[in-house]
Design a protein around this ligand. Sequence first.
Ligand SMILES: C[S@@+](CC[C@H](N)C(=O)[O-])C[C@H]1O[C@@H](n2cnc3c(N)ncnc32)[C@H](O)[C@@H]1O
Length: 283
Amino acid sequence: MVVKVNNSREYVFTEKDFNSLRKIANNHTGIIVTDDKYDMYYARLVKRIRALKLGSFADYVKYLKNNMSMEFTPFIDSITTNLTSFFREPHHFEMMRDSIIPDLCGRSDVGQGIKVWSAGCSTGEEPYTLAITLLDELGGIRNAPKPKILASDIDTTVLAKASRGVYELSRVEGLETGIKRRWFFKGKGSNAGNVRVSPELQKVIEFKQVNLMQEWPITGRFHIIFCRNVVIYFDKPTKTKLLNRYADQLVDGGYMILGHSESLQGLTDRFQTIGKTVYKKIG
Ligand SMILES: C[S@@+](CC[C@H](N)C(=O)[O-])C[C@H]1O[C@@H](n2cnc3c(N)ncnc32)[C@H](O)[C@@H]1O
């Protein structure tokens, strides 16, 4: 292991401190923290050190261990990577529209609702994109089932932003005009420069904190699970366990969608590949 320690900074951050912090992160979230995250850890956690008026990273490690119930949330919120966007990896939403939603609408196990889980939803762009896709598609079908989306993350700061549903205008600029017109309202006055998502989207989404490494406070099964750009940070045994738990949480023939650099290959045989990072539960 070669961590490039930088000694010329405001606060001392030794390899031992980094190792302690990444071990705590890994134990609680499953995230593998590689050596190259040393600088990122410094940049993100230095804010906590200032806020708590501590003298070094060693002090922060001690503080975190002694005040786990209080400091755990700000710690996790600081170190997670939350990059996301509306209609990210658009082929998934095209596939939803062209084949997944039509398939589900014809199935008896759907009943009154199509249940979807956006696991690791970050600031909400993914579940709102799901809501737009489902409402737009189901709106044109008679007696269509209603969408019901669970959007979860471990990070409470991003979840708060997600449930608020207010974004900078630039986040939606590239979207189709019709989508912007139907589903986003431009802010005025002090809200100029922002958009708010339509309450119709918020009505079909429940936001909830869920740590994927722990018990899930969830009842019932889903027809579709999106878990994109989350498992990439986990080691192989953690990925295998999580993906088998997802299989248990899906109905038979349910859909599992991963991120662009993720795959089920060599992890579980409970799914068949039906598209680019799109899988169907077979067992
Ligand atoms: C890069 S974002 C992906 C956002 C969205 N799914 C997408 O693809 O655009 C990864 C998210 O996974 C969350 N995450 C990481 N480990 C987690 C865990 N153990 N339980 C729940 N969420 C976790 C992070 O907080 C972060 O918001």
